[in-house]
Ligand binder design. Structure first.
Ligand code: 15L
Length: 281
């Protein structure tokens, strides 16, 4: 593993499942962490970590938290599909606050983007990983749309202000896959940790995007910028195949698209059979 960063690293969303896991694992690697979340940190603080409770809507709090930091791991905000009004504050305004703090500190942003920014991309047929890094955003709801906005914000802050950013297009980051779709989308905890380490410590990142799933033979996603930061996942979901491959829904929309069940939430494009509407893409 790379040497610990010389400057502190700010982790937003620290009280969530991924935030707590990252806080524990990165601290064990000797990193100095500033942790923040709107919710209290529910565990004893890891060594060399401090925690401040803050709302992403509070730009001044973010600026204070980021002071002296070399990187911001941005895992905060709404992490599932919600109405626009719920998503807007943390995921749109909050992201602006993160980027302004990064701009002031000349810090790199590692953004927890999501596969749901591409949720209406078709699943590939067979086992071909066909969706490349340049694929069009096809958000499957307001949450996915906020992630597309976040990636585009990274594009703009790199082009205009030279703020480096690595966009992690996260699949399903859970301890073990739970359904057939996750044979494609699963990202193991150890692979997320190594991805964050690579994203923070790579000498140069510019603006780049990584399909953040483990080395799953059934993954949907192809080429990305992982070589730039030197990341290679080690785990894969195949050991779960026998238990999970029958765990599919009976819904043609859910099974057709990469975003799975998120595509069905508030879906009102009725009156088309799936094959009709797909001809008009
Ligand atoms: C995500 O982006 C969500 O944060 C997570 O809760 C899962 O739904 C995951 O995507 C997924 O697609 O499985």
């Amino acid at each position: 593993m790379a040497k610990a960063p010389t400057k502190p690293v700010l982790l937003t969303g620290a009280s969530g499942a991924l935030g707590r896991m990252l806080a524990r694992e990165l601290s064990a690697l000797g990193w100095t962490l500033r942790l923040t979340d709107i919710a209290p940190f529910p565990e004893p603080l890891p060594p060399q970590a401090s925690f401040v409770r803050a709302d992403l809507n509070d730009g001044v709090a973010l600026l204070r938290q980021a002071e002296g930091c070399g990187a911001i791991l941005h895992f905060g905000g709404v992490s599932v599909e919600q109405p626009f009004e719920v998503v807007m504050g943390p995921n749109l305004r909050g992201l602006y606050h993160v980027y302004e703090a990064a701009r002031r500190e000349r810090a790199r942003v590692i953004f927890a983007s999501s596969n749901h920014a591409f949720g209406f991309q078709d699943r590939p047929r067979g086992n071909a990983a066909t969706t490349d890094v340049e694929a069009a955003f096809r958000p499957d709801g307001y949450y996915g749309l906020s992630k597309a906005y976040g990636e585009l914000m990274g594009r703009m802050y790199w082009d205009k202000h030279g703020v480096e950013n690595v966009n992690l297009r996260t699949g399903s980051c859970v301890p073990a896959p739970l359904e057939a779709r996750m044979l494609s989308t699963w990202l193991s905890y150890p692979d997320l940790v190594s991805l964050c380490v690579a994203a923070v410590t790579a000498p140069r990142a510019g603006h780049c995007a990584i399909w953040a799933c483990s080395d799953n033979p059934a993954r949907f996603w192809g080429r990305d910028h992982r070589a730039r930061i030197g990341w290679q996942p080690r785990d894969n979901a195949e050991a779960y195949r026998a238990a999970l491959e029958g765990k599919v829904s009976a819904d043609a929309v859910i099974e057709r698209y990469q975003g799975g069940a998120y595509t069905r939430i508030d879906y009102t494009r009725e009156g088309f059979s799936p094959s009709d509407c797909f001809e008009l893409e």
